[in-house]
Design a protein around this ligand. Structure first.
Ligand code: UD1
Length: 358
């Protein structure tokens, strides 16, 4: 059986690693790894490959940055000949980035089976490019691997036949569990004992100057009581420079490698973020998470976990933060199947399907 994996952007790497490792242990499985090049900076890509023990990609499509349309179209036109040449039995795509939907569209038209890892998540917010990517990819996929029950329910409501849906748990948490011991060894030299960890990169938060200014002002207020550590995504750094915003008092850094970031996440008093995956990681770690978005495609982090969805209201951020600081943070539990074995369960499903065998 020949499985081809497509990755492209930072969150894909943590999701693909456990599946690559699990399938690597199965007899008779050949694997090909394609990197679309959506993320290309060393600290957005290479460092994740080495820390997560992902083999070097067999093919790099080198698409780089661009508009939603250009990036998606370039991935499609460069990926199409790779599929024709390599002839995989199935292609696995991960998460909700442009690389995910572009690869799924190519495979659907070439009639190659598609497995979508992290299927079924929905924010119901069509302003997010990721929501469009999720819905389209799930509609095209043959194997839908969901992290939690809400994913199954969303897919069933959309008419996806139940026999295509496999609830396998959370692959991102597989990577976290594997590398948490390394993160616990990682010295946090030069960082304060108590701090808020911040990440921001959603277009809805960073592409509008007034919104970004208001969020940064809130962070400066927080920084008066609790040090703010803020590894800055390249998109956000560009916007801060473009809008001429002053962030001198915040502790800004380049995007961090996986293990160093995990160490900071685990030690944080609170995490303030607009990322999807970080809402899940903080739930697993039991660290309070305040999400600067008006919705989440990962509602289980709110119902079971430590996540509170804040929106863009400064008052709500201040009041939820004061709950955390006064020891009244929301307590959470770890959702079912977030146990470090989701990658193995995906490998089980794929190796069970005889129609995939060559
Ligand atoms: C993408 C994903 C988003 C994910 C995020 C994680 C889509 C639609 N969005 O958003 O879901 O949460 O990755 O980081 O796929 N840039 C660099 N170096 C890089 C990569 C990007 O400088 O290695 C800059 C470029 O100026 C680029 C901008 O960041 O235009 C945005 O990159 P892009 O991949 O388009 O989207 P992200 O905001 O990273």
């Amino acid at each position: 059986m020949h499985i081809l994996h497509v990755v492209g952007a930072r969150p894909n790497f943590m999701k693909a690693a456990p599946v690559l490792h699990a399938l690597g242990k199965r007899a008779g499985v050949r694997q090909t790894l394609v990197h679309t090049g959506q993320h290309y900076d060393a600290n957005m890509s290479d460092v994740f490959f080495s820390q997560l023990d992902i083999p070097a990609p067999d093919v790099n499509l080198d698409v780089g940055s661009g508009s939603q349309a250009r990036q998606t179209a370039d991935i499609m036109s460069r990926f199409d000949p790779v599929v024709l040449e390599r002839k995989p039995d199935a292609v696995l795509v991960y998460g909700d980035v442009n690389s995910t939907v572009a690869a799924a569209l190519v495979c659907a038209k070439l009639r190659v089976q598609i497995g979508h890892v992290e299927a079924g998540l929905r924010s119901f917010d069509w302003n997010m490019p990721e929501e469009i990517n999720r819905v389209v990819t799930d509609r095209l996929a043959d194997f839908l691997f969901t992290p939690s029950e809400d994913g199954d329910m969303n897919l069933e409501h959309e008419g996806i036949p139940p026999e295509k849906i496999y609830r396998v748990g959370n692959v991102m948490i597989d990577s976290l569990i594997r590398l948490l011991p390394a993160a616990m060894q990682c010295a946090r030299n030069g960082f304060p004992d108590r701090y808020a960890l911040v990440t921001l990169h959603r277009p809805s938060n960073v592409d509008d100057s007034q919104t970004l200014k208001s969020i940064l002002e809130s962070l400066l207020d927080i920084n008066e009581d609790l040090d703010v550590i803020f590894p800055v995504h390249p998109r956000t750094r560009q916007r801060i420079a473009e809008f001429g915003l002053n962030v001198e008092k915040l502790r800004l850094s380049e995007p961090l490698p996986y293990i160093e970031f995990l160490a900071l996440e685990r030690g944080a008093v609170v995490v303030i973020t607009d990322s999807g995956g970080i809402q899940e990681e903080t739930t697993y770690l039991g660290v309070p998470c305040l999400t600067l978005r008006s919705n989440t495609e990962r509602p289980i982090t709110v119902t079971l976990g430590t996540n509170v969805v804040i929106g863009q209201e400064r008052n709500k951020l201040a009041s939820e933060l004061s709950k955390v600081l006064s020891g009244r943070a929301k307590k959470g539990t770890i959702p079912p199947l977030w146990d470090g074995h989701a990658g193995e369960r995906i490998a089980d499903v794929l190796t069970r399907h005889s129609e995939l065998k060559v």
